[in-house]
Design a protein around this ligand. Sequence first.
Ligand code: PRX
Length: 684
Amino acid sequence: MRTTVPRSNIDVHLKETRLFKPDRAFSKATGLDLKTYKKWLRSGKATPEKYWEAAAQELTWHKKWKKTLKWTPPHAQWFVGGKLNGAENCLDRHLPLHGNKAALVWEGEPGEVFTWTYRQLHREVEKFTALLRNTGLKPGDRVAIYMPLVMESIVAMLACARGGFTHTVIFGGFGAEALKDRINDAAAKVVVTADYGWRKGLQVKLREQVDAALKNCPTVEHVVLLERAFSGRMTDGFSESLGRGTRVSQPKHLGRATVLLWHDALAAVSETQRKNFGGIESVDAEHPLFILYTSGTTGKPKGLVHSTGGYLAGALRTAKIVFDLKLTDVYWCTADIGWITGHSYVVYGPLAAAGTVFLYEGAPTHPTPDRFWNMIARHRVSIFYTAPTAIRSFMRLGNELPKKHDLSSLRVLGSVGEPINPEAWMWYHDIIGGGRCPIVDTYWQTETGAIVISPLPGFIATKPGSATRPLPGYDVDVVDKAGKSVKNGTGGYLVIRKPWPSMARTIHGDPERFKKQYFSEFKGGVYFTGDGARRDRDGYIWCLGRVDDVLNVSGHRLGTMEVESALVSHPAVAEAAVVGRPDELKGQGIVAFVTLKASHAAQLRGNLSEKAQFESLLKGHVVKQIGALARPDEIRFTKNLPKTRSGKIMRRLLRELATNGTVQGDTTTLEDLSVIAALQKDEE
Ligand code: PRX
């Protein structure tokens, strides 16, 4: 095992005694009464396959599966032999009853609002599918989507699903290098992007990043470019004169790829083409719906591959029961579609449930700090799902801002991405939820595809700071190093003992890494989450955070190695070690210890202003390499890094130093004690 379970601020959590009773009025959405819930829990544990079969039956299939589960660890296959289509499950099947119901309600940062019904969204997706097919794509080919949060991003995802093309959405905050690596790893043939999106009143120029990335992406043949000024307007139905911006000329080629302008290319798709080429590709249940990159313990991000049938069954079932999602709800999950939360709970889960999804493009506090509350009030949002970092930053802004707005439409509040501290939980509950909305603190991962641990509003009493109990269908456990279940009241490693349908199937191009990363720590096909957890006396689970070299900054996952690789790619840097330190707002902040090459170090020695300038230059370099989410909070220059005699950097000591300013831990394996002394004195 790599490290021990961190204790951090969890001691505070574990003293928490408040208990909020469930509200039995909830959860009629799926016919989920207490009896059914108890039955589900029992069958989820004893016969999980039965439980998940029932969940899969809520999807539309072209061909029923022959076998529910084939499990040769670490390879799971669910609903083997079944055939279906991802987009059909989110669109076509809703048309007869809900065709005129709002599917997407979108607000751009500058303030424009557009609504697409299921019928309208379906039509756009059909046309975009035809366009993708026209580029020569075949089922299984990869499409990279690098977009702002506009309705077209969802059109692109669903069109991929419709044609059987595997999408890989790359978060718009990533820079050119990160973009290039992901496009190349996936060997994408098409990139879907936009000229820009809005964030904090500024244009985020996505196309410029694509421009730079595509200089080194030999597999890309076509780029579909959305001009943001025309977003939210369908090519038929709205007049060009409604456009907010003037159209500027765009390049015809990026790298070797031909550029297709979204609106022109869609307008060129004739009705006949839409009908003939916009149709559904019937795919196997195991067909890869998407690849999503996330950070691991090495510098290279992992492309987790998710299936179609199992993934959708998990996303749909959990979206319905965790959020009590009903047809009448206006549902808002604030995640970007570049993350798994955006995949499962902005797009696939709620749309498969025929929900009405609200989307917002921009920054939470722009142009005024009450933008979120203002939108909840205006759009009458009833389910709101966000991250603890956001909750904590709103909390800092005070109670007056939410109190100015009518938040009475809210009925369920969700939290995801990192542990939520009880203080933030209580604020969310009292100030945003008016004391009447249950909070679902949902624990899960990119790898799990769907929520694993969470209260259900109607059945589980909540404790501020705990994700409470595993959902039906998951065999979750907290174990010791030997893989033995720990007693209640004890900490250990969070594992899932049996396979579940929405689990990632492999790492794209690296099945060995998949096995090593998740299934080698414990025997018998037990999945290791990489998280530490405590199970309290009532059997409630409290996630303690990662036990590996993965950071969680504002709910975003980042490998320490990724940031280190970005730092050492700068010509002046000889060596770098990156550690996380607790941060009140972001959960974790990034501290980098950097050794410079001799000539650069000599230049900076003693020159404080140059040092500060160089620190900000290096931070900028990391942002350029990875994206703003990886910007180090602090860079400390040092002549040497503390190492063991065998040459391994002692990150434990650096973590201690970054957190407490001193080192008290065991330094016996350290090769050169003077390094720590120098670092404590902040000497180069
Ligand atoms: O450490 C856990 C933390 O986020 C990690 C997963 O990150 P990612 O794959 O990016 O997915 C985030 C959104 C699902 C986990 O290993 N995490 C996620 N949710 C919670 C959490 N930690 C505590 N409580 C949560 N509710």
